[in-house]
Design a protein. Structure first.
Length: 119
């Protein structure tokens, strides 16, 4: 089965409001469910030209990543605000890090690296 593209899924849900409400209820249940602690890994697959988001046991990943690049992002530097701007800057940082190892991705990127002033 071919993977569903996000824009196809969004169009499907836009056209079928009943399914959209069921989907939203299901996602709310998933998001509200209790999960054990885990880490999130973001990778890029060159062959399929897609990003993959996976979860894994934090301790197992820590041993695999020992001695690798470690970039702490301290919440106190953001006044403990995990808001849209924080998420945008985190996403830009993640994409830039991936592009360091996969420079061909830079041609697709059009992002503002620093804070965006809201005037």
């Amino acid at each position: 089965m071919a993977p569903v593209k996000m824009r196809d899924a969004e169009e499907f849900l836009r056209r079928w409001p009943r399914i959209r409400s069921i989907h939203q209820a299901a996602m709310q249940g998933i998001l509200m469910a209790t999960h054990p602690p885990y880490s999130v890994v973001l990778t890029y697959d060159d062959d399929e030209q897609k990003f993959n988001v996976q979860t894994g046991d934090s301790a197992e990943l820590a041993s695999l990543l020992a001695g690798r690049l470690d970039m702490p992002i301290l919440l106190d530097e953001f006044d403990y605000k995990i808001d849209d701007e924080f998420a945008r800057r985190l996403g830009v940082a993640m994409l830039n890090l991936i592009a360091l190892g996969k420079p061909h991705l830079k041609q697709y990127m059009s992002v503002t690296p620093g804070a965006i002033s809201r005037g």
